[in-house]
Design a protein around this ligand. Structure first.
Ligand SMILES: Cc1ncc(COP(=O)(O)O)c(C=O)c1O
Length: 464
């Protein structure tokens, strides 16, 4: 029944955004599917954005869209914050900011700040979260002289051969299958999936494979898999087991780094990984990512190391404009930590309550994940529709299981809300410093309208 409504919404969007539609036709001539990143290319076509400020983006059809996706969750201060813009504008006006090919003071400063804020000893920069997690895994394999990589089923670490394993839920089989042909073919890149927050399974996997494991990589708050925080017990067990079996513990903090405090979220759990990967927020809107952690592991990236892991190169690594933006963003978050994080966490709580209530009040059971008793203060929300109210939603294995949550309702969210000038990605959103209660209200009202429409369409269907 939701398919009919989905078709209706998609057709309405085609009429609602004709310029974006025409640009999609043009885009498809030379861009695969009309763009360069699959999740941006939402059906029937994405809104083509021409301006972005604060909480909103503006599309070619002149819609002002309240945006909770915020640059793949990178924009913690909202779009185009003056804190970063002013620094870049000033540098470019002076004629500095493009790649020089040399190294500079900026990189030293950003490295010092990152290490200080994350309690790490060393850092190396790269340009994307994908590269950071790939390099962290290479370092772990070089360091341990072991090959097997364990990750969380449904955890997203980027599109490399290890990361592409177990990202798609297969009903009946869970996350056991690597989907990417390239990953399947490359036996050398063997990965093992484990269910998030499942302590028993984790212990079993360590007992069985611990001696073959190079690393266990996980997000302390699983991101694309549903914005679900790990329990304290789970992260503590991950730390204990990795230490016992000589396995490198990697926290992928590409989303969580500087999202919950001016540093890593691992600190709030009292758990220190061996390596962490950072990206998104630390770049202040520019492409910056990093691997940080223990010196003795990062040293493997050094050219003189006998077990060298080739974490090197990258024409644009440590790019001056990126480092300028990173320095400005990190400085701002450190000096305004006490204002930024309580504000976005409180509004996050309002958003989770208002959005789920908008559906519940119309008779559609919904839950917003994003925080937990072990991590109560969170600016993230993810809307899910469990079939049974008592269901525990503990990881991607629940969020993406069509037996547990109504995924057909989730599919309606994107077009249903975009038609009301609200953007949340696949039910997921983040609060930034640029959002106010009014933006959250717009989102909750749009959810209520959509819920009414869903109810209406069920009634019509039942009459047929
Ligand atoms: C947790 C996590 N790790 C890694 C990545 C990959 O980062 P990037 O898209 O910058 O390559 C992402 C991207 O969304 C992510 O969410």
């Amino acid at each position: 029944m939701n398919e009919t409504l989905l078709d209706e919404l998609l057709q309405e969007y085609e009429a609602y955004a004709p310029r974006s539609g025409a640009l999609q036709v043009r885009a498809r001539h030379h861009l695969v599917d009309g763009g360069s990143h699959a999740i941006r290319l939402t059906p029937p076509f994405p809104p083509r954005i021409k301006d972005a400020r604060g909480a909103c983006v503006y599309d070619e059809d002149d819609h002002k869209i309240v945006d909770f996706w915020q640059g793949h969750f990178a924009n913690i201060l909202g779009h185009s914050p003056q804190v970063v813009n002013a620094v870049l504008a000033d540098a470019f006006n002076r004629g500095f900011g493009l790649q020089t090919g040399f190294t500079d003071l900026l990189q030293i400063e950003v490295a010092e700040k990152l290490c200080a804020q994350t309690g790490t000893q060393a850092v190396r920069f790269t340009t994307s979260g994908t590269l950071a997690t790939q390099y962290a895994i290479m370092l772990a394999r070089g360091y341990t002289h072991k090959e097997l990589v364990m990750k969380v089923g449904g955890g997203w670490h980027g599109g490399h051969v290890w990361g592409l394993s177990g990202v798609k839920f297969v009903p009946g089989a869970g996350y056991k299958q690597p989907e990417a042909r390239s990953a399947r073919a490359a036996l050398n890149y063997a990965t093992l999936q484990t269910d998030f927050n499942d302590l028993d399974q984790l212990q079993k996997h360590f007992r069985k494979y611990g001696n073959r494991l190079a690393c266990f990589i996980l997000e302390p708050v699983v991101g694309s898999g549903g914005f679900i925080p790990a329990t304290r017990a789970y992260l503590a067990a991950a730390r204990e087991l990795t230490q016992y079996y000589g396995v490198v513990l990697i926290f992928d903090e590409v989303i969580t780094g500087f999202r919950f405090r001016a540093g890593d979220v691992g600190e709030l759990y009292g758990v220190k990984p061996d390596l962490m990967t950072l990206g998104k927020i630390i770049g202040g809107g520019m492409p910056v990512a990093a691997v940080a952690g223990k010196r003795e592991i990062l040293d493997l990236a050094g050219s003189g190391h006998p077990s060298r892991a080739w974490f090197s190169g990258g024409t644009y690594s440590g790019h001056p404009a990126s480092m300028l933006a990173a320095r400005a963003m990190i400085d701002y978050l450190v000096t305004h930590e006490k204002q930024v994080y309580p504000y976005i966490a409180a509004l996050g709580q309002t958003a989770r309550a208002a959005i789920s209530e908008a559906f519940i009040s119309e008779g559609i059971y919904a839950v917003c994940t994003g925080n937990s008793p072990d991590l109560p203060d969170s600016s993230l929300f993810n809307l899910v529709f469990p079939f049974l109210p008592e269901t525990i939603i503990n990881g991607p294995q629940h969020v993406n299981d069509p037996q547990v949550c109504d995924l057909s309702l989730k599919a309606l969210l994107h077009p249903g809300l975009l038609l009301q000038d609200v953007y949340i990605l696949d039910g997921k959103g983040s609060i930034t410093l640029a959002h106010a209660e009014a933006h959250v209200k717009i989102c909750a009202d749009a959810c209520r309208q959509l819920a009414r429409r869903i109810k209406q369409s069920v009634k019509v269907k039942n009459r047929q």
